[in-house]
Ligand binder design. Structure first.
Ligand SMILES: [Fe+2]
Ligand SMILES: [Fe+2]
Length: 159
């Protein structure tokens, strides 16, 4: 049986993931970097994996929370109608990540590759579906500026 090297699971940023907002795209790239870093450390050696996990998990949770709060602020400012549903998905994901962190801390066998796969699948699916929904909404309400770029200003948002 041939085992797949975890580095084969690396995810590469593609422009198809772009939501058209630079700060968000950069954060999404950062999230994918974190996932790739998890795959890099998925050696199968439990002691090594646990040491790495302990070092990195708070940072991952913090980064995810910061990213979600950036998106939520923008969605609220632009009066995105799907905000409540989107926020629910963010909150559920944070709870899920914290739950697995606590399980590992409590001594449950840590399988870093499993966690990395879970994060990768969730993040890509979330960008592809929910983040794309607000991206489309922003494009709809945006105004084309003189230099040809699209941007949303206060004037574009109906009060
Ligand atoms: Fe996102
Ligand atoms: Fe999101």
């Amino acid at each position: 049986m041939v085992f797949k090297k975890e580095t084969d699971n690396h995810v590469t940023w593609s422009n198809t993931y772009s939501v058209g907002i630079k700060v968000i795209d950069n954060q999404h790239k950062g999230l994918l970097d974190l996932v790739n870093d998890l795959f890099n450390h998925a050696t199968g050696n439990e002691i090594e994996e646990r040491a790495y996990f302990t070092e990195v998990i708070q940072h991952v949770v913090q980064y995810v929370k910061e990213h979600f709060s950036t998106e939520e602020k923008i969605m609220i400012a632009a009066q995105f109608p799907g905000y409540a549903e989107h926020k629910k998905a963010h909150d559920a994901f944070v709870l899920e990540v914290i739950k697995s962190a606590k399980e590992f801390e409590a001594g449950k066998r840590l399988v870093l590759a499993k966690l990395a796969h879970f994060l990768k699948d969730w993040i890509l699916a979330h960008i592809g579906v929910m983040d794309t929904q607000y991206a489309e909404y922003f494009r709809k309400i945006a105004t084309r500026k003189a230099d040809g770029t699209l941007s949303v200003t206060k004037a574009d948002i109906k009060q």
